[in-house]
Design a protein around this ligand. Structure first.
Ligand code: NAD
Ligand code: UD1
Length: 339
């Protein structure tokens, strides 16, 4: 038996990009995914990119027996935990599904890890835990918990659970990574974000307008207190985000206990900045109309990314143009995603 990294949700958007970077860095990887929001085609593409085969198991985190079987089959040195449900609107309609999948799924995973002596985890949290910013940029000491939807609350609850676990038992080393807004795709154009149905997030929607799948973008509000009145976010290239996970994995080797890091660029761009950048990258016009604000949206959100730079020696390197060029390559090569 060799030492492996277990990647839950490894067939998904951020997980698949992280699997590529793990393999490129020489790690061996095992993927667990129930494929509720992904397809095994993404893993096939990862295998094409890396030239390595990736053992993948279609397992639900709620299936405790299957999880135990997986931990018997492999010896894991750490778990990267991406698996979960992430649609904000759906979480308001189906709160129990979200609490069960995200919370019970994580508890099952932690219990099985403990039973098997695996005490290292990297968890996908979100800047959503900060709620409405009291100050900007958001550093890791900013108050958390003002989440307005069940999805955000699951991230906040899991963060607390993991912090308590590390306090109770110092064998655990757990890094909570608070992602800002991941966009873009691998430079090959082979893997990327493949939303089911109408995309909720800005950039997948913009990309679908450019490729002719949607008529126009709806811009949610132009009366925010921002330079051009539209919402400002910290967009981070998904490959930079993936590399942040590798930096965190090295930190776990120091037996770091519980640590929390923002993964963002520290720069904010407005909706209209993003539209312009994508028009430039794709050479396509992005028609848009302006409507009322989206419920639950905030004006601006961007990271103070200095803690990750100082302690993980990681920094987002890819520019806004690269984010848009790589997203366009993926979208134009795969107009219907993995379908
Ligand atoms: P994704 O939906 O593409 O990936 C999540 C994966 O988990 C999917 O492949 C899905 O099939 C799998 N999954 C869901 N429930 C499962 C279960 N019960 N058992 C096993 N597998 C299950 O999402 P993503 O964008 O790659 O996000 C990865 C993680 O990062 C998620 O936890 C998400 O909440 C978090 N996050 C994402 C963003 C973002 O904007 N993409 C921002 C902040 C945090
Ligand atoms: C959304 C989620 C948040 C999650 C984050 C990253 C909501 C309310 N919030 O946040 O919980 O952590 O994604 O996955 O869904 N926009 C448009 N038109 C669109 C889509 C978006 O104008 O069709 C605007 C939004 O108003 C916002 C910006 O684009 O100003 C970015 O939106 P989005 O990509 O959904 O990300 P977040 O709002 O940061």
């Amino acid at each position: 038996m060799t030492s492996n990294i277990l990647v839950t949700g490894g067939a998904g958007y951020v997980g698949s990009h992280t699997v590529v970077e793990l393999i490129n860095a020489g790690y061996s990887v095992v993927v667990l995914d129930n494929l509720v929001n992904a397809s095994m085609e993404s893993i096939k593409r990862v295998e094409e990119i890396t030239g390595k085969s990736v053992p993948s198991h279609s397992i639900d985190l709620l299936d405790r027996n299957a999880l135990e079987g997986l931990f018997k089959k492999y010896k894991f040195s750490a778990v990267m935990h991406f698996a979960g449900l992430k649609a904000v609107g759906e979480s308001c309609e189906l709160p129990l599904l979200y609490y069960k999948t995200n919370l019970v799924g994580t508890i099952n995973l932690l219990e099985v890890m403990k039973e098997n002596g695996v005490y290292n985890m990297i968890f996908s949290s979100s800047a959503t835990v900060y709620g409405a910013p009291v100050y900007l940029p958001l550093d890791e000491n900013h108050p958390v918990g003002g989440c307005t939807n069940p999805y955000g609350k699951t991230k906040y609850f899991i963060e607390n659970m993991l912090i308590d676990l590390c306090k109770a038992d110092n064998q655990w080393n757990i890094i909570l990574l608070r992602y800002f807004n991941p966009v873009g795709s691998h430079i090959s154009g082979k893997i990327g974000e493949s939303p089911q149905g109408v995309p909720n997030n800005l950039m997948p929607y913009v990309a679908q307008v450019a490729v002719g799948k949607r008529k126009e973008l709806t811009v949610y509000g132009e009366d925010y207190d921002t330079p051009d009145g539209t919402g400002v976010r910290d967009y981070i290239h998904v490959v930079d985000l993936a590399l942040g996970h590798l930096a965190a994995l090295k930190k776990l080797d120091e037996k770091c206990g519980c640590k929390i890091y923002n993964l963002g660029t520290g720069k904010g761009y407005s909706v209209l900045d993003m539209v312009k950048a994508f028009e430039k990258a794709s050479g396509k016009p992005i028609p848009y109309k302006i409507t009322a604000r989206r419920l639950g949206d905030i004006a601006s959100c961007y990271a103070d990314a200095s803690l990750a730079e100082n302690e993980l020696h990681w920094k987002a390197e890819r520019s806004l143009d690269q984010m848009c060029e790589d997203l366009w390559r993926w979208q134009s090569m795969n107009p219907n995603g993995y379908l």
